[in-house]
Design a protein around this ligand. Structure first.
Ligand code: IMP
Ligand code: MG
Length: 179
């Protein structure tokens, strides 16, 4: 385990199990459809790649970079679109893939934006949900794992752009971000 972590939240094997279950749920939901799967970068990148490969549904993929944190463990409340989608979402069944729903500001922003652009349906799958931290009334349609008020890193999730390439997810020691 990385020395900056306090404990492991999901091992590689546990991640695989969560991904398989989420993919099965999505295949059921999207029978006969061709959704546009959108990865909210950078945090969801690992989960996204594993998830779409575990699905049998034919999906198209696209990417959007959203930034809300800077070098902090608290959301700024004003997520910024750093890079927009290449595809039009008008009339599409949009599958938004998030790493984690925390305050909910990012998800609220994405939902308003993509529904505003004419998405026909909007489904959110998140690897993690931190319900205790919610500031706005939004919810993932499917969340793989619920966690308390802890700051986690790995498998795409970062602190100040570090730890994204850990193959597992762990709780970051408080002393690392409370300096
Ligand atoms: P929200 O807008 O506060 O819901 O935050 C959404 C984004 O903040 C997520 O997509 C993550 O990129 C980031 N985030 C929230 N909690 C954590 C965490 O515990 N570790 C790493 N990133 C996090
Ligand atoms: Mg994110």
């Amino acid at each position: 385990m990385n020395k900056d972590l306090q404990s492991i939240v999901l091992t590689e094997e546990q991640i695989r199990e969560k991904v398989t279950a989420a993919a099965a749920w999505l295949d059921e939901r999207y029978k006969g459809k061709k959704p546009l799967a959108v990865s909210v970068l950078k945090g969801s990148v690992m989960f996204f790649c594993d998830l779409v490969r575990a699905m049998n549904t034919p999906v198209q993929i696209d990417f959007m970079t959203v930034s809300s944190y800077g070098a902090s463990s608290e959301s700024s409340g004003m997520p910024k679109i750093v890079m927009d989608l290449a595809a039009s979402v008008k009339g599409r069944d949009v599958l938004l893939v998030e790493d984690i729903v925390d305050s909910g500001y990012t998800l609220q922003r994405m939902r308003d934006l993509l529904i505003g652009r004419g998405a026909q349906s909007f489904t959110v799958v998140a690897l993690f949900d931190k319900p205790a931290r919610r500031q706005v009334d939004v919810k993932a349609d499917y969340a793989c794992f619920e966690i308390g008020d802890e700051f986690i890193v790995g498998y795409g999730l970062d602190y100040a752009q570090q730890y994204r390439n850990l193959p597992y997810v762990g709780i970051l020691k408080r002393e690392i971000y409370e300096k």
